[in-house]
Design a binder for this molecule. Structure first.
Ligand code: 5AD
Ligand code: SF4
Length: 453
């Protein structure tokens, strides 16, 4: 790979001005994190990063395939790039990520968007220098969607937008094959990063002032399963908690079937780990959970919640829910609402089921009318709004730790509490990147407001 990198660097250095790259990642944080590493790789080859797509020499869309909507959006954006390419025939356009990994999409790109120069899948990030070299010299479309066994190359310095909070992948891929989900098909089997590599990256980030580490994986709870000598995710968390410095630790996602008491004990016992867990429920109906191949029941799920709350009564939970899975009845949906009411989540990410070709669920006949699905989504959102606005009131009068990261339109500053709730306060710009104690004075249904003390 080094030779290809040097080759591209040499080609770019002959230009009379710096070459600029623009990259946008769609979808989950794992994909955003891949995008940061791709930018790192591009910078090593001599590109500089631009946020202005019209001045870019190289445009890359790092795509998501988890729902149809995400795919349609990318195709529409790629359609728009035709004009930019007309104005600047030297422009290089690349597509990568989960959508690019699928043969059917590669065919569609070749046919309908022939001006796309590079297509590479989630396994071929190491190959980007070679693909770029080909396009820069031969001006022909370069495609690589092979399933290379190696994970992402270590030793690349990711280019992160935000210096305050950083994502650190701990594993790639997924072995779970939930029946609705395309991820195992486009990201392959689980591969864990070595603990030394993860800890080294966290130490470096904390040393450079980062205050929040988000550990990422499709199912972090099966971290280390592929090692000869197993290091569990809880063990990894404890080691990271032992790193000196003032920072906090988050992680996602946790599959409920693998969320153990040890994990909850670790969260409770480690001062740097936020007392918040993102625990995707998907459905509260055992019948649907089985059809989804989730391997837990609603009661098993509740056991984790109840155990966590027995240790920390205020333990915060968020979740993902799919409504309208094939043949979900009104009764199934009511069971989902039941769990939502029992858990009292602080936040829910809810989605209408989207059929993904190649998954098991895609072959299931679906009787549920589209209007019912839409109505269920609205109903779920309404119930959750009530729960969060009532739940958020429990914080009034209390003091939360907030890591400030942005300025709001109304001139206040905001950040996230340990519970992963947005908190606003009157402050000045010096507060950004700092953890502050905030006494909560008001609760909205999407955020809290308070005074810095
Ligand atoms: N349709 C709708 N939502 C989906 N998700 C995954 N696959 C699908 C699909 N086919 C949701 C799940 C997952 C989140 C990242 O996206 O809730 O937890
Ligand atoms: Fe998809 Fe299930 Fe794997 Fe999550 S755990 S990425 S929902 S297959």
């Amino acid at each position: 790979m080094t030779d290809h990198k040097e080759f591209v660097r040499e080609l770019l250095s002959r230009r009379d001005r710096p070459s600029r790259c623009f990259l946008h990642s769609f979808g989950c944080q794992q994909n955003v994190s891949d995008g940061e590493r791709i930018l790192g790789l591009l910078c090593e080859m001599g590109y500089t990063v631009t946020e202005d797509i019209t001045e870019a020499d190289l445009i890359i869309y790092n795509t998501c395939a988890v729902r149809e909507g995400a795919e349609l959006k990318v195709f529409s954006l790629v359609g728009n790039l035709k004009n930019l390419k007309k104005k600047n025939p030297e422009l290089i356009i690349g597509l990568c990520g989960c959508m690019a990994q699928q043969e059917k999409n590669v065919e569609k790109i070749r046919k309908s968007y022939p001006y796309v120069d590079i297509v590479f899948g989630t396994f071929a990030l190491n190959e980007l220098p070679r693909l770029l070299g080909t396009v820069l010299t031969e001006r022909k479309t370069a495609v690589d969607i092979n399933e290379y066994p190696a994970g992402f190359p270590e030793g690349i310095r990711p280019v992160r937008k935000n210096g305050v909070s950083a994502s650190v992948p701990v594993m790639y891929g997924c072995n779970n094959f939930c029946s609705y989900c395309i991820v195992p098909y486009v990201r392959g089997r689980e591969r864990s990063r070595r603990p030394e590599d993860i800890i080294g990256e966290v130490k470096e980030l904390v040393g450079s002032g980062c205050k929040e580490i988000m550990l990422l994986g499709q199912n972090v709870n099966s971290y280390g399963n592929t090692f000869d000598e197993r290091v569990s995710f809880s063990e990894l968390l404890r080691r990271i908690n032992g790193i000196g410095g003032d920072f906090r630790i988050r992680f996602m996602s946790s599959h409920p079937k693998d969320a153990t008491r040890e994990l909850i004990d670790t969260i409770a016992g480690c001062e740097k780990i936020c007392k918040h867990l993102h625990l995707p429920l998907q459905s509260g109906s055992d019948r649907i959970l089985e059809a989804m191949n989730r391997k837990y029941t609603a009661e098993k799920y509740m056991e984790i919640i109840e155990y966590a709350r027995s240790l920390i009564p205020d333990f915060s939970f968020s979740t993902d829910i799919i409504v309208g899975f094939p043949n979900e009845t009104e009764e199934d949906f009511q069971e989902t609402l039941n769990i939502v009411r029992r858990v009292r989540y602080d936040n829910i990410f809810s989605f209408i089921y989207s059929k993904r070709t190649g998954t098991k669920a895609a072959a299931m006949e679906d009787q549920t009318p589209e209007e019912d699905k839409k109505r269920r989504l609205q109903e779920l959102l309404r119930v959750q709004r009530e729960i969060s606005s009532e739940g958020f009131r429990r914080f009034i009068g209390r003091t939360l730790t907030v890591l400030f990261d942005s300025e709001e339109k109304d001139g206040t500053y905001s950040g996230k509490s340990d519970e992963f709730i947005i908190v606003k306060a009157e402050a000045d710009a010096s507060v950004i990147g700092k953890m502050k104690r905030v006494r909560i004075t008001e609760a909205y249904n999407w955020a809290l407001k308070g005074e810095i003390i």
